[in-house]
Design a protein around this ligand. Sequence first.
Ligand code: FUL
Length: 488
Amino acid sequence: MKRIPLTGLMLILILTGCSKKKYFFEKELTFPRIINSEQKIKLAAYLVPTPQQYEWQRTEMNAFIHFGMNTFTNREWGNGTEAPALFNPTDFDAEQWVRTLKNAGFRMIILTAKHHDGFCLWPTKTTPYSVASSPWRNGEGDVVREVKDACDKYKMKFGIYLSPWDRNAKSYGDSQRYNDLFSKQLTELLSNYGEISEVWLDGARGEEVRGKIQEYDWDAFYKIIDKLQPRAVKAVMGNDVRWVGNEQGFARETEWSVTPLQPNIDPLIIRENEKLGISPIVEDLGSRDLIVKAKKLYWYPTEANVSIRPGWFYHPEEDHRVKTLKQLVDIYFKSVGRNAVLLLNVPPDKRGLLHETDVKRLEQFGNYIATTFNYDKLVNGKIAWTTKQENFKEYDLFDNGTINTVMIQEDIKQGQRVESFRVEALIDNEWKKLADGTTIGYKRLLKFNDMTPSKIRITILETRDVANILNVGAYYAPPPEQFASDQS
Ligand code: FUL
């Protein structure tokens, strides 16, 4: 990964704006000692994503698949003693999962290759506790392989969730031995299945096993991932993609990808996070006040995870509790529409199929998003513009269409900069405020009441440096209840 050290010359060029060449800091930035608050804010505007973080952000909507021993025991967390004989899907069809998700607009599937119970969905050499010991496909099956093959067929990206917490492994708690086992599992998954686009490292863990605490060797795990899959992002306990802080799929209204937060992976980072009073769940992760106190900043964008059902794994008693279209649309607006990537979990059932109710709902959801966003009613919204604060741009609308949603994107390859903006509409020759927003980032969606203006005006109220507006759109999002009943 390219890391650009901040030289004195670069500092002067950025702070004075006296250079034709643009300087940026990829992924991280350490502030020089002698620098004032205003200069820190300015430098924060020059932090940018790595190419893999940028590529990941553009996926917008990804799917999580929780499938494994818990599917067959009807539990959320197994204890690692469940018999492999229980794992036996009757109609396993990875293509059904991938086809359904692809048609609904998802771009990547992240599969629980191993959950906390330790049962491996691929025939690993590291433990007999895997599909190889199950009756499924006479012990010859490989869930990871079949899902990956289906992803390749349907041109979907593929990621893995590999739980560090393992309640089956005998070595768990014996730090070095378990870290070796985990490293071997990562190596198998990242060597034998082609391209892997995301590695989801869960933070959940049991504190003490047989009187010992397992200390994970994050540094070693990171090295394996970076070496074997240099284009993958490392999520949650990884330092490329940040957990949003809740499991409802809601990002913050003010969501900064530029933050001093890093996952708690070593004592120095833990101390710095504590000193600043930050963790993935706090509200403020990127304000000016926080930046001024920080020693380092990172490009650490957020992923909003949520399940389509109450649980992460499939439970038949939750068949009537699949989220409604209205709930999914709300989640979309509060994740993708708030500078996050949505990670929606859809758990296959004991047959090894996505349940009919979930399939139907995903179809509605995909149609809803496509119907809403395929028809942009703004003229010339795709022409990029730059501006200092208090500047605005006006747009005409096609054939006086009714709208209730505005979309704005910053060119995050040049940093995340906008701190507040306003959207107004020209109605009967008068400018009326539609909505105020704070951050924009990769994408921001704002909703307002249905109206039919002749023009739209976007004003950048506050920004950390010249704002780079990439794209603006205006849409009509139909009422989801109505849309759902029209479709059924
Ligand atoms: C959590 C786990 O404990 C849950 O079972 C689930 O996998 C969720 C996505 O992450 O930490």
